[in-house]
Design a protein around this ligand. Structure first.
Ligand code: NAI
Length: 437
């Protein structure tokens, strides 16, 4: 049999691509080497970390939350298996290697495909002198599977993974110390959010050493170079969260002429096609934010392009969230990016302490910052830190997706009392004036 589409990888990029392709009437298979479907997101990423982030706010029973994490994860991975059956997607379990642009070897057999979608995702970056053993030197995967709460955790890299997992273990009683190379945390966010989050996490007792570079390691002791000289830090465990890299080797890509860039990202054109036109690449394997929902959008788009449709992905309207407390969420351009582009803009910020609902729920830390272009008044970016920011960002995402102006957002009626009113107030502050401050 010749498949219309074979997807390699079953993360939120790959499994969504496979289901969409099948919905469009294409004979589809998905090759996944792990025993369960769902990739990093479902098995060792977004989903288990959010269970631990939720449960650690309410309880200190580590064994119980680990059990619930396993149950939630297996529910979802089984759910993807069910969706594959329902949509008649064949799951081939095994490691795929491309033999030609239309032939893939898996488990010693050749599978023929008219189109291929590469969705193999990414893997944690390790430091050469700190290889992961997942017992003492942990990647995010190991940090999600510890058998007990460590007394002291060193976290190398204060990006999203570092601050989320650091928060989990701080809440469970660990001493958590960050060593971050840059002079700020979470560099993907607007600087105002990075600063506010740093302040908040510091108040929660986490310790940050910014502008510090790890030079070498001896067991779980790190030698670190900071602005005032060299120092040593020892932890019971070390979480290394210095980024992720595309999982693009060992797939036979080079052998069939698929180009990668210097960092290993597969090169694609505006329609997600690699240098082999019937082979597409999506998600963490290609340039752009390494986010599950970005991968899913690209998966849907790749399947639709194969089916002859003309989908458009609006990359400016991809939200980004850190599930700390307070939550951090953003969509559109940061103020730094707007300045770099030389755009003329106005900025307004509204604090949650002036929002009635935030005060009712006793969670008033944070603010919403909104930026709009001066002439067109179009919203360019929305950045927030505060209660339910992960959900509130959807309203801002719709506004950016629909190319809304500050006035359109300010003229929208939001229910009272809700956190959303802070978004209306922030947009009123751009070209008019907020009411409650
Ligand atoms: P990241 O890129 O967010 O942060 C890595 C941090 O490590 C940066 O602040 C960087 O300056 C620092 N760093 C790099 N090398 C270093 C070194 N040698 N010593 C000290 N610090 C160093 O990467 P992270 O947190 O590993 O996450 C990987 C990817 O996964 C990101 O793209 C992120 O967006 C995604 N992710 C998304 C989540 C979400 O949407 N909530 C949750 C977790 C991960």
């Amino acid at each position: 049999m010749i498949y219309d589409v074979v997807v390699i990888g079953s993360g939120p990029g790959g499994y969504v691509a496979a289901i969409r392709a099948a919905q469009l009437g294409l004979k589809t298979a998905c090759i996944e080497k792990s025993k369960t479907l769902g990739g990093t997101c479902l098995n060792v990423g977004c989903i288990p970390s959010k269970v631990l982030l939720h449960d650690s706010e309410h309880s200190n029973d580590f064994a119980k939350m680990m059990q619930r994490k396993t149950k939630v994860v297996s529910g979802f991975t089984g759910g993807v298996e069910f969706l594959f059956k329902k949509n008649k997607v064949d799951w081939i379990q095994g490691a795929a290697k491309l033999k030609s642009p239309t032939s893939i070897s898996v488990n010693g057999q050749n599978i023929e495909a008219k189109n291929i979608i590469l969705a193999t995702g990414s893997e944690p970056v390790s430091l050469p002198f700190l290889p992961f053993d997942e017992k003492k030197i942990l990647s995010s995967t190991g940090a999600l599977a510890l058998s007990s709460v460590p007394k002291k955790m060193l976290v190398v890299g204060a990006g999203v993974i570092g601050v989320e997992l650091g928060s989990v273990y701080k809440r469970l009683g660990s001493e958590v110390v960050f060593i971050e190379f840059l002079d700020r945390i979470c560099p993907a966010f607007d600087l105002s959010l990075s600063k506010a989050l740093l302040k908040s996490l510091t108040n929660q007792g986490m310790v940050f050493h910014l502008s510090h570079k790890v030079m070498k390691a001896d067991g779980t002791t790190l030698t670190v170079q900071g602005p005032t000289g060299e120092s040593q830090f020892t932890g019971d465990v070390i979480l290394v969260a210095v980024g992720r890299k595309p999982y693009s080797s060992g797939l036979g890509l080079e052998e069939i002429g698929i180009q990668k860039d210097a960092k290993g990202f597969v090169q694609i054109d505006g329609s997600l096609r690699t240098t082999q036109p019937n082979i597409f690449a999506i998600g963490d394997l290609v340039d752009g934010p390494m986010l599950a929902h970005k991968a899913s959008e690209e998966g849907i788009a790749a399947a639709e392009i194969i089916a002859g449709h003309h989908p458009v992905i609006n990359y400016i309207a991809i939200p980004n969230v850190a599930y700390t407390h307070p939550e951090v969420a953003a969509v559109g351009l940061t103020e730094e990016e707007i300045k770099t582009r030389g755009l003329s803009y106005k900025v307004s910020q509204f604090p949650f302490k002036a929002n009635s609902r935030a005060r009712c729920i006793d969670d008033e830390e944070g603010f919403i910052k909104i930026l709009a272009e001066t002439n067109s008044r179009r919203i360019l970016g929305v950045h927030m830190i505060g209660p339910n920011a992960s959900e509130l960002i959807a309203e801002a995402t719709i506004a950016i997706q629909l190319k809304a102006t500050a006035d359109q957002l300010a003229d929208t009626c939001f229910a009272h009392p809700t956190l959303s009113e802070a978004l209306k107030e922030a947009s009123l502050g751009l070209f008019r004036a907020p009411i409650h401050i």
